[in-house]
Design a protein around this ligand. Structure first.
Ligand SMILES: [Zn+2]
Length: 372
């Protein structure tokens, strides 16, 4: 049984800690103390604090909950103190109320109430998700892999809902590829264009083949992968010199239907006959859990039971630590409260939603085996 009062009590403790990245505000110790039945291991690397909690009842599946205790700075425009949680009716205002102390609170409360699970339950927490995220969840996964103890399933409790609590679960995320295209020309006088090689003139007709180009048309899970121009520079801000070089920057939020090679090939076809340099950097790889996966089904059932809503499967938005879990072959999904005030002033969430989130996670733990 999950109790509303104790859920709110823990939530307030989490929200009170000014755990701005990469600080944990003492929350990792606080959470370890909340779950004394779990084995606690600190995996701190380069100033980043991480916590791994595990409890095993023997053979079976390994289910992990993952999240971050760090938050972005409060910024300006608040009507209450960002680290002094303020309750108005069902709403609680504080930095991290949505992203993602609500999710952390919910899975800690759910795990606390579990007396038996056929396998292993674990919690992976980091204090560096909103920062570079280099020494956070990734380090814990490396540690688990070394010990041959990687989870089979993971739920990252990031806020995923859009209009109403329960309306969306994330079963994957798009990737992100950054590109820099450079064209070398020969600088010259605007009056003698024949003596120069003007990279602006080289690129002008090609730009429309790049701007907004769709590499695929998407599928039922992913939006199309589109080339979005982010910067173009060349020249010296004068009218009588033609530039000697040009630099174009872009980003592609890619689905599983498009990879770096496809982008490289398309640019080669557009730039045919021109000498250029292209640098592509994939900062996140797209991933998707199988819609038939036990974790997707168990979560869907839980959401329906406690919200009467059938959640849609989404892959929208930016990147999260879920990409790292997926990279290790873990069936990973994300579910949490609404995300309409994340990183904004007056961030808030509904207390009832946090309570229901804890009940849904408890349901997933106790019903997962029915879907295996
Ligand atoms: Zn987050």
């Amino acid at each position: 049984m999950i109790h509303k009062n104790s859920t709110i009590e823990l939530f307030i403790k989490l929200l009170k800690a000014p755990s701005i990245t990469p600080n944990d505000g003492g929350l990792l110790d606080l959470i370890a103390n909340e779950l004394p039945q779990f084995k606690a291991e600190r995996i701190d690397v380069n100033g980043v604090k991480n916590l791994l909690l595990t409890r095993s009842w023997g053979d079976g599946v390994h289910l992990a909950f993952a999240g971050h205790v760090d938050v972005v700075p409060s910024g300006i425009g608040w009507e209450s103190e960002p680290f002094e949680p303020t309750i108005k009716g069902d709403k609680i205002f504080a930095r991290g109320a949505q992203d993602m102390k609500s999710g952390v609170c919910a899975f800690v409360c759910a795990c606390k109430e579990i007396e038996h699970f056929d396998g292993t339950l674990s919690i992976i927490l980091t204090s560096d998700e909103e920062g570079p995220a280099k020494y956070g969840t990734l380090e814990v996964l490396r540690y688990l892999k070394e010990r041959n103890n990687l989870p089979d399933f993971a739920i990252v409790a990031e806020p995923t809902c859009e209009e109403e609590f329960g309306d969306a679960i994330k079963i994957g995320r798009r990737g992100s590829i950054n590109g820099i295209l450079e064209v070398e020309g020969i600088q010259g006088h605007a009056a003698y264009p024949q003596k120069a090689l003007n990279p602006l003139h080289i690129m002008a007709p090609r730009l429309e083949k790049l701007a907004g180009y769709y590499f695929d048309s998407g599928d039922e899970f992913f939006a199309p992968s589109q080339l979005v121009l982010t910067d173009l520079r060349s020249g010296m801000e004068v009218t009588n010199v033609t530039p000697g070089s040009l630099k174009l920057m872009f980003n592609v939020r890619n689905s599983t239907l498009t990879n770096s090679k496809k982008i490289e090939d398309y640019i080669a076809s557009v730039m045919d006959g021109v000498s250029y340099k292209l640098h592509l950097d994939q900062s996140a790889v797209p991933f998707r859990a199988s819609a038939k996966s036990a974790i997707v089904k168990a979560l869907e059932k839980g959401v329906e039971k406690f919200t009467s809503i059938r959640p849609k499967h989404s892959t929208a938005g930016g990147t999260s630590d879920a990409r790292y879990l997926a990279q290790y072959g873990i069936q990973t999904i994300e579910f949490g409260v609404r995300n309409d005030t994340i990183h904004a002033p007056n961030e808030y969430t509904s207390l009832e939603d946090v309570f229901n989130l804890a009940k849904i996670f408890h349901y997933v733990i106790t019903h997962l085996k029915e879907h295996l």
